[in-house]
Write a new protein. Sequence first.
Length: 377
Amino acid sequence: MPMHNSFLPREGFKMDTVLKIIRNTALNPGLVLPLILLARFTKRGEDLSILHPAAFYRLKALLAVGTLRLLNNWFSDKVMNNWTTDKYNWSKEIVLITGGAGGIGGHIVQLLSERGITVVVLDIQPLAFTAASNVHYFKCDITSPKTIAAVAAEIRAKVGNPTILINNAGVVIGKSILDSSERDIRFTFDVNSFAHYWTTKEFLPDMCKNNHGMIVTVASVAAWVTVPSMVDYAASKAAAYAFHEGLSAELPTRYGANKVRTVVVNQGYTKTPLFTGYHNETPFIMPALEPETVAEAIVKQVLTGRSGQVICPAMGNMLPSLAAMPAWYQTRLRMKNVKIMEKFAGRKVVEDTDKFYEDKAEKEAKEGGVGASTVLV
């Protein structure tokens, strides 16, 4: 499963391609600076700069913006990584991923395993692909802290202590606030938000002890934009995003683990069964993503061994600024997006959440507090 290296992404010619061209040309100091030097120190360049002063001024402005952009990225990277470096021995690292049987998670598992990295998958469904010997599958209901603790002990005994945790599992109910039952909402938060706490509490202590490791939080662009019939999903993803921010601040200040990395992923609509029927209002600006595209972006960041943020598609970088927009604009945008979920028919991880929680309580009572597994992809 090789990485996609073509100039055009899998999604075709979209706004991402336009932005890539701009970054690599107009905002590339390595390209703009030589043009300015030619304009200043060659006869032909001086003549052109005199004849076209506005163009020369724009070149200097582009150089300034491009340089500031590079400096900002450099400084952000240093601060996010606490001005430290760390080495990752990928033949010895152990990556644990929730919801790795298929979809985005399944592609992440394959990309990592093909590089000889040991991968642990937490899921209830059987793997949707033929796994290599370095992939270890465990059933686990990540909505249950007791179940996670029991499975974690088994993982440590059979595989070892995970050094990288990718909290990827997610669910979508797709109902309005009044149509959602208490347990619909609880299930969304259990998987999309609370599970991040339970898995992190299990595996982070060893990372802190060794001052080495990484926690990847798969959130969503929905953490920044809430639309009708996705309120619980957006709220749970916003909570996951806040979890990442708080964890990143606690690691160096509370635990002295300034080399434990954190990564947050804000991906847009991705073509998985989970989002069947989702209506994309802006296919050029915010295109529907292939699962492989998101998986590759996550894996590339993980392999750097650095803290960071993955946002795709690229225009998603503009969404955090929505909070600074006038209230009238924000409100109208959210209401306009009511069409997004009108024909939603995504795969339900649990068809009946009431029955799920009733069965879970019954099984936990029978098994001494350790619940049975459920589908979490």
